[in-house]
Design a protein around this ligand. Structure first.
Ligand code: EPU
Length: 419
């Protein structure tokens, strides 16, 4: 198993290009199943989760072709199986995103029920209830969701919790349903908006994406298109936080500041100077130590749970004490114990972490437990005295394209070694 070795203490400096968003490309590749002709997706990041999605679609008989300029062509016309096997779903929960498209387009699907996960129990009840309301017959047996339907019917669905992939699954299903669907209490994340735009490019009739009520008028067919996925706001935020922690100056390129308002506000409160243009963000924290920042995660447009671990790392070396409240996932504090092994002063009480900033962290061998936790350990390693070894970095490869190369170009002393 590969490890990352980091020698801390270098303020990051320079430009870094942001990749396409993981959490947009996964639903968009699944939505390609709805089309009658090939779809080309551009700005696809080179990530393990994308490879898993290709394996998942390829296993159903879908033809895939990797093109130049980070594009993938998905031809759903050759599909001959309607199953997402446990072996893939257990490695990537987002596999559940094929359920809505398979049902809407082919009237059948067998998808392994995702199990628990390091960050929480993460049920999919809202996905299933919504599809049942649209007329699907669903049975869970032997660990699989077995679903069947004739043409789905548009419905008004009030979702019990705000769920990103739940909203996406129902929106994809509703795109080919008969009649109008109204999704209430919908997720407003930019990746949901990107999926709606992609569906519209294929011929879907959707209004209200980006608000909590999405209206979808079902159409009988969707056709192939070419679509460029939006930039990864979490990757952007991770590099900016790294710059803030190390007292550096970094410009993120090919991104979109409008996707990160809550995060940029917090970075400014921490003392950073932030400048933005149409597709770039520059952060300057030279010669300054960050100030402690309280935060509370919640669905978009509030502070994202996917940036909580990175801000925890920042608070570990900030001036003052911060309270971090995680409201989205019940167990997303796995990085706390690892950060404490590096000298952080953190007290956990239920969903709240109290972080007292320390003068410095010390390098240590640490273990990544999930994607964003891995990012926080790398960030901590960048400021720690001495050497940090991050183990189990396959988590980071799921969601960050070439992270060590991008950080090394900003001056970080970081390298990957085979175990
Ligand atoms: N929930 C339910 N029932 C459901 C669905 C969700 O109770 O049927 C609960 C979850 O247990 C959780 C909350 O609702 O407590 C929100 O979960 P959500 O469904 O929104 O999460 P998700 O769709 O499974 C996506 C991202 C996550 C990100 C969350 C929250 C993708 C592929 N994944 O997950 O990304 O943390 O939304 O914003 O879009 C990551 O990139 O590191 C990551 C984990």
């Amino acid at each position: 198993m590969n490890k990352l070795i980091i020698e801390g203490g270098v303020p990051l400096a320079g430009d870094v290009r942001v990749s396409g968003a993981k959490n947009a490309v996964l639903p968009i590749m699944a939505a390609a199943l709805l089309a009658d002709s090939p779809v080309t997706v551009e700005n696809v990041p080179h990530l393990h989760d994308v490879t898993t999605t290709m394996e998942l679609l390829g296993g159903m008989g879908v033809s895939l072709m990797v093109g130049d300029k980070m594009s993938i062509e998905v031809d759903p016309g050759t599909i001959d199986a309607y199953r997402a096997p446990y072996e893939l779903v257990k490695t990537m929960r987002a596999s559940i995103l094929v359920l809505g498209p398979l049902l809407a387009r082919h009237g059948r699907a067998e998808v392994s029920l995702p199990g628990g996960c390091a960050i929480g129990t993460r049920p999919v009840d809202v996905h299933l209830q919504g599809l049942e309301a649209m007329g699907a017959e669903i049975e869970v047996r032997e660990g699989y969701i077995h679903a069947r339907c004739s043409r789905l019917k548009g419905r008004r669905i009030v979702m019990d919790v705000v769920t990103v992939t739940g909203t996406e699954n129902l929106m994809m299903a509703a795109a080919l349903a008969e009649g109008t669907s109204v999704l209430e209490n919908a997720a407003r994340e930019p990746e949901v908006v990107d999926l709606a735009r992609f569906l519209r490019a294929m011929g879907a009739e959707i209004e209200g994406e980006g608000t909590d009520t999405i209206v979808i008028h079902g159409v009988p067919h969707l056709s192939g298109t070419r679509y460029r996925v939006l930039p990864d706001r979490i990757e952007t935020g991770t590099f900016l936080t790294a710059a803030a922690m190390t007292g550096g100056r970094v410009k993120t390129l090919a991104t979109d500041p409008e996707l990160l308002e809550s995060v940029l506000l917090k970075l400014e409160q921490a003392g950073a100077r932030v400048n933005t243009g149409a597709d770039w963000i520059e952060l300057d924290m030279r010669d300054r130590r960050p100030k402690a920042i309280d935060l509370r995660t919640a669905p978009y447009p509030a502070f994202p749970t996917d940036m909580q671990a990175q801000f925890m790392a920042l608070n570990c070396v900030a001036e003052g004490t911060a309270h971090i409240i995680e409201t989205v996932f019940e167990n997303r504090f796995m990085h706390v114990q690892e950060l404490m092994r590096m000298g952080a002063d953190i007290q956990l009480e239920g969903h709240t972490a109290m972080v007292r900033g320390v003068d410095h962290l010390t390098g240590a061998p640490v273990m990544a437990t999930d994607l964003r936790a891995s990012a926080s350990l790398i960030l901590a390693g960048l400021v720690a005295r001495g050497e940090t070894r991050v183990d189990r970095i396959y988590h980071i490869d799921r969601g960050y394209e070439g992270i060590e190369e991008k950080l090394a170009r900003l001056g970080a002393r970081i390298r990957r070694i085979p175990a």
